[in-house]
Design a protein around this ligand. Structure first.
Ligand SMILES: [Zn+2]
Length: 210
């Protein structure tokens, strides 16, 4: 089994969901920069407030800020722990910085077409309390605007609005696509088609991890 995995894929590709399933079924510790940043913003932590300005405009949070947060997390892990990095690295610079901390043995790339991504992202609604995510077409909440799980009012994340989504995909292409080449050159890249039934995608993901 691969022990240090980087998950790659544009916003909305479902890599968060796949990472969660890997963590539930196979015991990986999932380090998501997105969750980590949102948590820091909610807590009003210093690094979090710095990051918020960048996130709201759909821009990338600067490397040194991400790396500081990530270093903090890595230092708390037992040696030999299986780890999934989700949302980090996003640039070749970050990948080099991560490589200095930890040896990555698999880069898993979830591939989804842009038109499908826009459809998925702009119709996404999130729960601020339990972090459940719904979709207005594919995964409607039972009652409009209310979380099925905990009854909280749902909201649209600032970075899921139309304009910001297009900006995010552009930023992704510019910064993250070189990462695919980077890990391919290292011989540890596996690309999985991220369209279709979630369980079928997960079966392919598990195969890549073994
Ligand atoms: Zn909820």
């Amino acid at each position: 089994m691969k022990s240090k995995i980087v998950l790659l894929g544009p916003p909305g590709s479902g890599k968060g969901t796949q990472g969660e399933k890997l963590s539930e079924e196979m015991g990986y510790v999932r380090l998501s920069t997105g969750d980590m940043l949102r948590e820091a913003v909610r807590n009003g932590a210093e690094l979090g407030m710095k990051a918020k300005g960048y996130m709201d405009s759909g821009a990338l949070v600067p490397n040194d800020l991400i790396i500081d947060l990530m270093k903090e997390k890595i230092s708390t892990l037992e040696p030999g722990t299986g780890v999934i990095f989700d949302g980090f690295p996003r640039t070749v610079e970050q990948a080099d910085a991560l490589g200095e901390q930890i040896e990555i043995d698999l880069a898993l790339n979830l591939d989804v077409a842009d038109c499908e991504l826009v459809e998925r992202l702009t119709k996404r609604r999130s729960c601020p309390e339990c972090h459940c995510v719904f979709h207005l077409t594919h995964n409607k909440p039972r009652q409009e605007g209310v979380c099925d799980k905990c009854g909280s009012p749902l909201y649209q994340r600032d970075d899921d609005c139309d304009e910001t989504v297009c900006n995010r995909l552009e930023v992704y292409r510019k910064n993250t696509l070189p990462l695919i080449d980077y890990y391919e050159r290292k011989g540890i890249l596996v690309t999985v088609e991220g369209t279709g039934k979630m369980d079928e995608i997960f079966a392919k993901v598990k195969e890549a991890v073994r």
